[in-house]
Design a protein around this ligand. Structure first.
Ligand code: HEC
Length: 105
């Protein structure tokens, strides 16, 4: 599943998919689930400063709780400032809604 989306993504780039990808910066548009949600907006904002935001189905619910806590520490250490409780919760809920368990692929 991951591999095939990556191939799709790469072939879009290679095909030079014209001007449709002007909005493509750190977050690759067509791959992340539920992009219209507030959770996704927070996720793409909070999780793109240091690396490409991870795919939500890369971890389970439980793992995400740990990862987000860890990233909170990274943010603080890097001087980005910690996420507020509300923001952190939104990000976590987004990730968990599309996590490895949540997705029946
Ligand atoms: C301040 C910089 C920074 C921000 C912002 C950041 N990360 Fe990270 N992230 C790192 C660093 C450094 C690593 C590699 C070291 C590590 O794993 O702790 C990493 C690694 C990861 C990994 C791979 C490790 C694993 O267990 O799979 C995931 C997934 C991840 N980050 C998710 C996130 C998410 C989700 C967010 C948003 C809440 C986020 N990151 C925001 C710095 C950051």
């Amino acid at each position: 599943m991951k591999r095939s989306s990556l191939c799709l993504f790469l072939s879009m780039i290679l095909a030079g998919c014209s001007n449709q990808d002007t909005a493509m910066n750190s977050v690759a548009p067509n791959l992340y689930p539920d992009q219209a949600s507030l959770g996704f907006k927070q996720f793409s904002k909070q999780c793109s400063s240091c690396h490409r935001p991870p795919m939500p189905n890369q971890h389970t619910d439980l793992e995400w709780a740990g990862v987000v806590d860890l990233m909170q520490q990274h943010r603080a250490q890097a001087g980005y400032g910690a996420m507020s409780d509300g923001v952190k919760k939104q990000v976590l809920l987004y990730l968990q809604a599309h996590s490895q368990q949540g997705e029946s692929s």
